[in-house]
Design a binder for this molecule. Sequence first.
Ligand code: FE
Length: 240
Amino acid sequence: MNAQSPEINLEAFWSLTYGLCVITSHLEGKLNGQIVNSVIQVTAEPSRIAVSISKNNFTHDYIAQSGVFAVSVLEESTPMTFIGLFGFKSGRDTDKLSQVSYKNGFTGCPLVTENTLSLFEAKVIGQVDVGTHTLFIADVVHAEVLRQGNPLTYAYYQQIKKGKTPKNASTYQQRAPIGETEKQGKNMAQYRCTICGYLYDPTRGDPDNGVPPGTPFEELPEDWVCPVCGAPKEEFIIES
Ligand code: FE
């Protein structure tokens, strides 16, 4: 027997595979959607899927109240601006569906057709409170293939699209030459949003959002977000 208590190495979770999807729902004539990486098929007979959604998200309340949702399985070539729209902006202040192509589903949910390989519509048959999230379990009532292609996996999104490398990887230092800039006494480096590609130039600042020219990236308020896609500061990397 092992006398030590078991450990949870978070890196073990990184090897789980997921696909990125847009989940949409509707409520009282309003439409909303968000990105998730948590759609799974749970049974084949009947066709049944499940999705885990944060209780903080607007879409969570839509699904909880309407009892329906739709899934658009994204393709690998999905642009970062699209991911930023659904992944980093809230439906509380953005009408996301007005900015993309969709068709109306049988359930009343909008079916996002842009960057989509296949579509599902589902009716919730049960839900489990799992703490920060709710796991919605649902019967598929409509499934459709729009086009052939490679689905966008979470691993591809992290490694290729965002260009992020785990901190223990051998390439990490090359990708984050922040120390060099600090050594030279310069803090006017440009930073690029890894979600949408927006470049923050400190000589210009972000006047639309109250940041005057000459503001180093490091001195931006912690709650400053990408003016294009709404991603937080942590999603920016130094432009080398
Ligand atoms: Fe951005």
